[in-house]
Design a protein around this ligand. Sequence first.
Ligand SMILES: Cc1ncc(C[n+]2csc(CCOP(=O)(O)OP(=O)(O)O)c2C)c(N)n1
Ligand SMILES: [Mg+2]
Length: 569
Amino acid sequence: MNAPKTVAQSFIEALQRRGIEHVFANAGTDHAPLVEALSVMKRAGTAVPAFHVVPHENLAMAMAQGYYRVSKKPAVVLVHVAVGTANTVCSLMNAWRSNIPVLLVAGRNPSSETGHTGSRSVPIHWGQDVFDQGALVRQFTKWEQELRAYQSIDALVDRALVIAMSEPRGPVYLTLPRELLADPDRCEPIKPSAAPTIAPEPAHPPTAAIEELASMLASANRPLLVTSTVGVDSEAREILEALAERYALPVLQSWPFAVNIRSDHSMNLRSHAPDWLAAADVVLTVDAAVPWVPRRTSPSPDAAIIHLGVDPAYASYAYRDFRASRLIAGSSKAGLQMLADALDRLHIDQQRIDERRKRIAELMEKAAASRRSRIEKARREKPVNAGWTAHCINSVKSGNAVIVNELGVPFDLLEFSGDEVFFGETTAGALGTGLGVALGAKLADPSRTVICCVGDGSFMFGNPTPALLVSRVLGIPVLIVIANNGMWYAVEQSTLDIYPESKPDPASGLPLTRFGYSPDYAALAAACGAYGETVTDPEQVLAALQRGLARNGDGQAAVIDIVTAPGTR
Ligand SMILES: Cc1ncc(C[n+]2csc(CCOP(=O)(O)OP(=O)(O)O)c2C)c(N)n1
Ligand SMILES: [Mg+2]
């Protein structure tokens, strides 16, 4: 007689039915019923998602983010009880702040001492039992739940995914007790015809509010649009580009997480335009959690400020004082298109637009000249200047490359045609996500070149040994470029920023900023089966990147360790 189907099997079937392609797994004793279910299902030839062994949970969580960004599909991260959950939390904070849906699943260790197949069997089942496992992630997830007896695992998986995929998107957490996973599934099987999970449609902003916004922009002299993440949706980026071009509406990217506007666009102020921000009379922020840093520059108190986005109040941020004359809630993509249409219906003084276009063109030319001279200066600097690395990356990357940047190169020196995927830092600033993001992106679309630029600190935070192992085992080669300044420059920089009179020791810099030793990252790469190279000469950067990409073409990951000067980025 066949053994009855377990809840563990039903869980795996539910993932398969809902279109989950990848499970990034870091297993433990809590997963015994899942391991057995997978083994049974494999022998029976049942279709299941790809379960990948990922030897660090932070890496698994990062891979899910890169995978989602390229495929637009959520992945599952499977971890071991509270301890595995704890290891995901750093990268989970990034997923939370960048609205990336991930279904994080953890086992719960058995509660019973005897009497059940799943009952406790090793001493850790006492020690790993915690009072409130969900508390570990509750403030970084949209929803968290534990499977209870007689609940349908199908319904629970569905609910988790729908919540993760509804706007604003984000990670969710589901825990599965070992005894319940081992139980026979007593619930009615779901009808095979049931439709797969779909993301709920986001609400559109109200027409009246958009029309009012259009009139304000139509009569503005110095309007400004500020965004951080709108370009995560390439269609929204295209709408924004057309709107900005037509109405000479300059776009500032604050803490950019995506390509929000292509680099050669006539209205692209990149990430720094304090003068225009200070003088703007109408400021529209679109998907920008931190549109500016008030202690540096703010718009004038007389400026009209409008925030547009699915959650323009950013309810998940504890304190945030970017007061606005208007908050417009709704899909930013829909809102930008509605705004373009509303502006088209208005009678707008073309001369005013033309004059502004001229003023902005002059500003752009100055900024471009300053970037050119920065690159010319960087070209000769030794140790290598990361600005030169950015320039070399521009020349080697393909049009649809994925560029991940975690304190690797200056954003403003990267050039994007618009078809690339750019994955910047999130406002959570949890370092150690870059390597996994790059791997997840490559898994989602192996035809894309994936270049991951990281600081040496970020490289170490990113679990490099597990990352290179996963790259090799899954055949997902990426190019990792390290800006190796031997330190945490950000820490030194932030100290000097608020204590400008501070005096770093000429030999050792400020306390708590220098590593004191530089590991041989190229040798580390080689030890993990990747190609590794150390570069000290600026003239070698381009060729080294090309060699790395050639290795990628042969299926091997590459680590190009570029020695930069302490106190620079
Ligand atoms: C997980 C985590 N730990 C610590 C920090 C604090 N922190 C912010 S930037 C930074 C330095 C990162 O070093 P690196 O990647 O080498 O970049 P660099 O600043 O040297 O350019 C640190 C430690 C953080 N953001 N995230
Ligand atoms: Mg560093």
